[in-house]
Design a binder for this molecule. Structure first.
Ligand code: MG
Length: 395
């Protein structure tokens, strides 16, 4: 069997720019799908796949997943980075999909089989004030969710993860002060039966992040996410000596090697991995296995700019990895579900895998073509976030 074609499919059924790779084979009707969604630079990924990986891969045996990953990884000589890794991911996930279809097994079975029946999710609760966040959490709890990320608007300022506030400027100090009060409010009102999470989104100076993690300790978060920018990771040593608030990190890392010292030195508790940013299922499963030996758990990044194919890959890993921690949920829109038949189902606060062979996911190309990328002043780029004095922050 040989790879006969590799192509990208660009679509935005619910307004989010998605990139999916389709790998076709010499066996009639046998193909695989992979997520290559880098929503801020999708056209660059499409070029990397269509102009470089396609000619490199045609004629190769799709069974040799590891060899194809390793050879593709070095075929640009210079490697890494989100564009090339997303291109690799699109191919890698598609090859696992093909392998599963050939075996007549879901991908999670190829990875070792189920460690759990379904995948517990965390939902996103935002609010313009503490009361609204609390009400949104209660609504999720009533639906069966046991983990909720909680973000609140900052009076007079912008913030991440909650609408409201005031000016488009972000300021670290009012943010930190408000978040501490939010969690005091939530624990007092909600008690201990719900696990609470929070995403700093790397927006504050490192020493303020350490202060925040210490101040939140009495409210026992499930995790505090991205307290530092990737450039500031050496601060984790200092944070670890100061507080036992659990830490999740890594959605902006590209090379799996970026996680290694944080894991082996036991400086974080959860890996936040955007599966397509690190190159697909092959590097992700190795990283998860490495984490197991250090008591670090998985929390694969699951926003709307992971395609449904990427979410299905996350679910396969969630089911098969012993050291699963939690999965971020995305609720797929109706148009997205129509373009991608077989999206993981959400029930009782969990994702439930499609039991079909491979990733159990398909793509209606004719329908996908009816949802081109929307017009956007930055062509989909991330708009800068600034402080009151105009300084741009990360991110
Ligand atoms: Mg995040």
């Amino acid at each position: 069997m040989k790879i006969t074609n590799v192509k990208t499919i660009l679509t935005a059924p619910d307004g989010i720019r998605l990139v999916v790779v389709k790998v076709e084979t010499s066996e009639p009707g046998l193909y695989g799908l992979g997520c290559a969604t880098f929503t801020q630079r999708p056209l660059a990924v499409a070029t990397a796949v269509d102009e470089y990986l396609k000619p490199f891969l045609i004629g190769k045996d799709p069974s040799n997943i590891e060899d194809i990953f390793q050879t593709s990884f070095v075929s640009s000589y210079w490697r890494n980075g989100p564009v090339l890794n997303n291109a690799l991911s699109g191919v890698d996930i598609a090859l696992w999909d093909i392998m599963g279809k050939r075996a007549g097994m879901p991908v999670y079975q190829l990875l070792g089989g189920k460690c759990r029946e379904a995948v517990p999710l965390y939902a996103h609760a935002g609010g313009s004030d503490f009361q609204e966040v609390e009400e949104n959490i209660r609504r999720y709890m009533a639906q069966g969710y046991r983990y909720v990320r909680s973000q609140v608007a900052i009076p007079g300022y912008a913030t991440y993860g909650a609408a409201g506030g005031g000016t488009p400027a972000f300021e670290p100090t009012p943010y930190v002060n408000t978040v501490i009060k939010l969690f005091a409010h939530l624990r007092e009102r909600l008690g201990d039966e719900v696990e609470l999470l929070h995403d700093v989104h790397e927006r504050i100076p490192p020493i303020q992040a350490i202060n925040l993690a210490k101040a939140l300790e009495p409210y026992h978060l499930f995790f505090l996410e991205d307290p530092f920018a990737p450039e500031d990771v050496d601060y984790f040593q200092l944070m670890r000596q100061q507080t036992s608030t659990p830490i999740a990190m890594g959605e902006l890392f590209n090379n799996p090697n970026e996680y290694v010292h944080l894991i082996k030195d036991r400086l974080i508790d959860f890996i936040r991995v955007h599966i397509s940013q690190i190159g697909g299922i092959s590097p992700a499963r190795k990283l998860a296995a490495f984490c197991e030996f250090f008591g670090v758990r998985t929390a694969w990044h699951g926003p709307g700019d992971v395609s449904p194919v990427g979410h299905a890959a996350n679910v396969a890993l969630d089911l098969a990895c012993y050291n699963f921690g939690i999965q971020e949920q995305h609720v797929f829109g109706e148009k997205t579900k129509a373009v991608f038949p077989g999206c993981p189902e959400i029930r009782d606060g969990c994702y439930w895998a499609t039991e079909a062979p491979g990733l159990g996911m398909d793509l209606d190309e004719a329908l996908a073509a009816r949802f081109p990328f929307p017009e956007h002043p930055l062509n989909g780029g991330w708009a800068p976030v600034r402080r009151r004095d105009g300084t741009v922050i990360r991110p």
